[in-house]
Structure formats: C-alpha cells, structure tokens
Design a protein around this ligand. Structure first.
Ligand code: PGA
Length: 251
C-alpha cells in the first residue's frame, strides 16, 4: 500500500512573512504524520521555502511549473537545472490554469514532464475536463487524451510521474467531485496507466479540486485515490494539517 501524498499548490499566493508563518505552523503540527507531503510554492520563494524546510523530511519542496527548454533565451522561464539548485522534489505540470491562461498544449505538458523526469524531479501531471466537457459526456475522452500525450512522450519513464485528476469545474469553486465521480475517473486513468507500463502500481493518482478538511477523508478512502493536490486549503495551516491527518489515517 502506497502512502497517500498530500501536495499543496500555493498558486500565486504568499509573501515572505506569510510563507514563514504558514510553513512553521505546518511543520509544528505535522509531527507523527505518516502520509507523504509537499508544498508547491511560487518560484520566487523557492530559496526561502528550501531554507525553512531544511533538516526535515516530511514536507518536500515543489514548484508550480518548469520550462520545456534546457536553457537560453526564454525570458521568464524556469529551467529544470534551476529547480535542481533548490533540491526541488516535485513540479506541477499541465495545471488547468496554465492550460487555460497560458495556452499550454497536451504536447507541451508532455515535454515539460519529460524535462522534469530527466532532471530527477517528479512531475505532478494534471489532467481534467471542463464543465462543458463533462456535460457533453466527454470526461473520459478528455482525460485519456491528455494522459496519452504524456505516456507517448515519456515511454517507460511514465512510471516515475505523479498524476493528478483535477476537474476544472471543481477547482477553487467549492464544488468538489463526489468521491464516486472522482473514483470513476481515477479508475479510467489507472487502467490507462496499467496498459502503458508494468510498473503502474507505483504511480500515485491524486485528486484535486476543492479538497478540504471536511471532504478529504471520504475522497482519500476511494481505492484509486492516492492523495490530494490542494489549492485554497493549503494556504491555511490548520486545514492543510487536517488533510494531512486524513491522508495519514487513510488505509
Ligand atoms: P483548489 O485548487 O483546492 O483551490 O480547488 C486545487 C488546484 O488547483 O490544484
């Protein structure tokens, strides 16, 4: 049985003062937790977060994006080797906010995952359908297409990714997928991974989209939900700790 992975996605939130207080409270409250955990912080705060997380192993450091390019004239981009400089363990790729607001294609997302994997950084690859796609009955087709691009580009390395199912209509809306709705999509993704690699069992599939202290335990009890990618609730120490506790207690 894999340990559940509870990953915070801070998005474009935080300040030096707020980060210090949030991380200190999370660290203080997480003694004895047995889940895996991480925080994906804005790039500007990687150095600060690395320093604050130094000397402990429960909360890993993550980033929110990575360039598909190695180095060079790509203004504003962050390379894999830069993330390596801060000992980053996870990087989110293909978050729906980047697909939507930065026009990231399935192929670009797949190449970002490849860049992370080649640097020894675990990509948290996000897939998920919009409300219109769900209502049109396209959920399965959309998430399978998004995952297929990542499988195609990464071959046998696919077993090293973390996958996150994040229905776009549930992100930041307070409208969570029911445990049954989430489990149904996770099962589809699990089957697709099983068909792609003999080592699919080691891949964690996280659920994301308004996961909070109140609904985490039920979501994490589903057989194919291996953790959570947490946005809003990751910005409040008590809420994030409650989700970590649910992840630690889930079997
Ligand atoms: P949310 O965000 O928990 O605020 O819905 C999740 C995410 O976008 O990763």
């Amino acid at each position: 049985m894999k340990k559940k992975l509870i990953a915070g996605n801070w998005k474009m939130n935080g300040s030096l003062a707020a980060n210090a207080s949030l991380l200190q409270s999370v660290l203080d409250g997480s003694a004895g937790m047995t889940c895996q955990a991480g925080v994906c912080v804005p790039a500007a705060y990687l150095a600060q977060a690395q320093a604050l997380l130094h000397g402990q192993s429960l909360i890993a450091l993550g980033a929110q994006d990575i360039s598909s390019h190695e180095a060079g004239a790509y203004t504003g981009e962050i390379s894999a080797s830069m993330l390596q400089d801060f000992a980053v363990r996870y990087v989110i790729v293909g978050h729906s906010e980047r697909r939507q607001f930065h026009a990231e294609s399935d192929s670009l997302v797949a190449h970002k995952a490849q860049r992370a994997l080649s640097a020894g950084i675990t990509p948290i690859v996000c897939v998920g359908e919009s409300l219109a796609e769900r209502e049109a009955g396209q959920t399965e087709a959309v998430v399978k297409r998004q995952l297929a691009a990542v499988i195609h580009t990464n071959g046998h390395c696919i077993s090293e990714i973390v996958l996150a199912y994040e229905p776009v209509w549930a992100i930041g809306t307070g409208r969570t997928a029911t445990p049954e709705q989430a489990q149904a999509v996770h099962a589809v993704l699990r089957a697709q991974l099983n068909a792609a690699t003999a080592h699919a069992a080691r891949i964690s599939i996280l659920y994301g989209g308004s996961m909070n202290a109140g609904n985490a335990a039920q979501l994490l009890a589903q057989p194919d939900i291996d953790g959570g990618l947490i946005g809003g609730a990751a910005l409040k120490a008590a809420d994030f700790l409650a989700i970590m506790a649910a992840g630690s207690n889930a079997v």
